[in-house]
Design a protein around this ligand. Structure first.
Ligand code: FMN
Length: 169
């Protein structure tokens, strides 16, 4: 699958085939993709938590009512921000950098045949604090991404809208 296909085939998947273990080398590819994302001044203001523990994944459903797909997902990858790594002219770009890292995880997973769902944590402070406690991190849990083999084929939701584009030639 090339990038053109991966972008167009990706959907948010909220139901996964259960009992499937994602091999370590596939998780590694997703983490590498995340850390190859662009970042302001190459500050790389992120760290990642790989969750393959059913109890912790169940706990994530208690943090966000919109994370129930964690119950069937094989794994979750938390993208956690390190805002203090950005100073001076790079300050404050970390949400954009973490978004780029998260999207790279989604596209790498798509290429490997997995489905994903991005579960937003930041900027909802209550979710951030609960996720910090659950994952035992002091960084800022920005998003938790469910990963697994899809058990559904949702219709495309994204579409090209020419009305949102202005050309300046
Ligand atoms: C910042 C962000 C937060 C999101 N949070 C959730 C979430 O908590 N739960 C969920 O089911 N989907 C979540 N999504 C997925 C969106 O609902 C989904 O991308 C959108 O409906 C478009 O569908 P598609 O991904 O299949 O194209 C989130 C997406 C983004 C970018």
């Amino acid at each position: 699958m090339n990038v053109t296909e991966a972008i167009r085939k990706r959907r948010s998947i909220r139901k996964y085939k259960e009992g499937i273990l994602i091999p370590d080398d596939h998780i590694q590819l997703m983490l590498e993709a995340a850390m190859m994302a662009p970042s302001a001044g190459n500050t790389r203001p992120w760290e990642f938590v790989v969750i393959q523990n059913r109890e912790i994944m169940e706990e994530i459903t208690q943090i966000s009512p919109y994370a129930r797909m964690m119950r069937t997902a094989s794994a979750a990858i938390a993208v956690c921000a390190l805002p203090d790594t950005q100073t001076g002219v790079c300050s404050g770009f970390w949400p954009q950098d973490c978004g780029a890292a998260a999207e790279n995880i989604l596209l790498q997973a798509q290429d490997l045949g997995y489905g994903t769902c991005w579960c937003g944590m930041y900027p909802i402070q209550q979710r951030v604090e609960k996720a910090q406690e659950l994952l035992k991190v002091t960084s800022v849990p920005y998003a938790v991404i469910a990963v697994g083999v899809p058990a559904q084929e949702p219709e495309a939701r994204g579409y090209y809208d020419p009305g949102r584009v202005k050309y300046i030639k």
